[in-house]
Design a protein around this ligand. Structure first.
Ligand SMILES: [Zn+2]
Length: 460
């Protein structure tokens, strides 16, 4: 085939993709619609895949490690066909084997299948993302109290756009492979329950492709802004977690603030997810107080997440060990955004002691931060750069922080994902293995949630 013809067909195919993308209102998909450098005129892509029972061929799955001197040096993979039915992976088959020839089949094009990513700390209800670019001048020395005052002015201006921007933010994180999330949502006297209502409306529309828990977040101080009654209303209205915020720096009454937060959780039988930024000894005291509270209150076991927990960066190794052991016993979770800079979080040590560590986006272009790509693979990459010796095995393990600890291979190199009856929630990545995906933050080409393709394209 001549180069001209190939280029014409490529363009014509791209044109179809543009039309399809326009229909779905998702122009960002175009970039992935045709793989650059693959001038194969036979291959046609689809951006819709609504079948309930189908085969996905040419899926690259990890099968094991090759070892050198006792350490994994290379990851082995093979191409297989994955059979998907009613949202579940029902069988892994030899590549291109279709026992039922009447079923539709699609072609993953040799892309690597990884577990769906989980963005476990995001603020879908307040962002500039989806609107005009805007960066905020936060002079050095801006305190959280200054930010609260700023928010009180700014939130009413953002509120008309909450639904539209939350949808765009969900599009963004789906395009990075995330289909599970936990979103904080402002609950304070300025917003009332409006952000919660807006977010719930969006999540109801997106339910088929996106699972998201909501944390009612008293951003202006649970006690300081007298938000307890609103928080209780939010629980009644269906929020999943009671949030909290710096009980000493913001509320000025550590024990009373934390007791109030836990009381609401117990009254409505909900979990707790607190923003704890404090690095002073007050932050350590707050962590200790929360761990003690859970130790004394069996109903709270497994129900506390501490977001950020920067105070842990101020402890020595021995202190982290002792605290992490107690946290693991109470199934307390840490949600870290993997901060860069001077705060060296003991994330690896926490994991080694059995504390569940997850990560999230937090801000995506908002008045708190102009950064944020909504990409959990980027977080795994940051984790690897900051905290591990980057050999094949450790790079591959680093993916865990992005996937809720679901990994294709266990530490011994045995395949543990996917298995029959797992949810068909996964992302296709242009990489040869997990280690490469983490090291290179490889491009994603399609995201699936419970069998439904929610972003990207596959070949037909
Ligand atoms: Zn946050």
């Amino acid at each position: 085939m001549s180069e001209n013809k190939s280029r014409r067909e490529f363009l014509s195919q791209s044109g179809k993709m543009v039309t399809a993308a326009a229909l779905f209102g998702a122009t960002s998909q175009v970039a992935y619609a045709a793989t650059p450098g693959v001038a194969n005129c036979e291959v046609k892509g689809t951006m819709t895949l609504d079948d309930t029972h189908y085969y996905l061929d040419n899926v690259r799955l990890e099968t094991g490690f090759d070892y050198e001197n006792g350490s994994a040096a290379h990851t082995r993979t093979e191409l297989q066909t994955v059979e998907i039915e009613n949202g579940k992976i029902v069988a892994l088959r030899d590549n291109k084997s279709h026992p039922d020839a009447t079923l539709p089949s699609y072609d993953a094009g040799g892309k690597l299948m990884l577990p769906a990513m989980r963005d476990m700390h995001i603020h879908l209800d307040k962002t500039f993302y989806g609107g005009p670019w805007r960066s905020l001048n936060r002079p050095a020395g801006t305190t959280i109290q200054d930010m609260i005052k700023l928010e009180q002015k700014m939130l009413p201006q953002l509120q008309p756009y909450t639904q539209e921007r939350a949808e765009k933010l969900i599009d963004l994180i789906q395009s990075k492979g995330s289909t599970v999330a936990r979103s904080h949502c402002n609950i304070e006297p300025v917003s009332g329950l409006k952000n919660l209502e807006n977010l719930q409306a969006v999540l109801a529309r997106r339910q088929a492709g996106f699972d998201c828990e909501i944390v009612a977040f008293p951003q202006h101080g649970l006690l300081l802004s007298k938000s307890e009654p609103l928080m209780r209303d939010a629980m009644q209205a269906g929020a999943h977690y009671v949030g909290g915020l710096d009980p000493t720096n913001v509320d000025g009454a550590m024990e009373k603030s934390l007791d109030t937060m836990f009381r609401i959780a117990l009254d409505y039988n909900k979990g707790v997810d607190i923003h704890l930024h404090e690095t002073s000894p007050a932050g350590v005291a707050a962590v200790n107080y929360m761990v003690e509270t859970v130790e004394k209150t069996p109903e709270l076991k497994g129900k506390l997440t501490i977001s950020h927990a920067f105070a842990l960066a101020t402890l020595n190794e021995q202190q982290v060990d002792t605290l992490a052991t107690r946290m693991a016993a109470q199934q307390i979770t840490i949600a870290s955004t993997v901060p860069i800079g001077t705060l060296h979080m003991p994330l690896q040590q926490l994991r080694e002691k059995g504390v569940f560590v997850m990560t999230g986006t937090d801000s995506v272009i908002d008045h708190w931060s102009p950064f944020g790509l909504g990409d959990m693979l980027e977080k795994a990459n940051l984790y690897a750069q900051l905290y591990i010796h980057p050999n094949e095995q450790n790079l591959s393990r680093s993916l865990a922080i992005a996937t809720g600890d679901v990994l294709p291979l266990n530490d011994k190199g045995e395949r543990v994902w996917p298995k029959a009856q797992d949810d068909a929630s996964f992302v296709l990545v242009d990489a040869s293995c997990s280690a490469e995906a983490v090291a290179r933050i490889s491009p994603r080409t399609a995201t699936f949630h419970k069998g439904k393709m929610v972003w990207g394209s596959v070949n037909v």
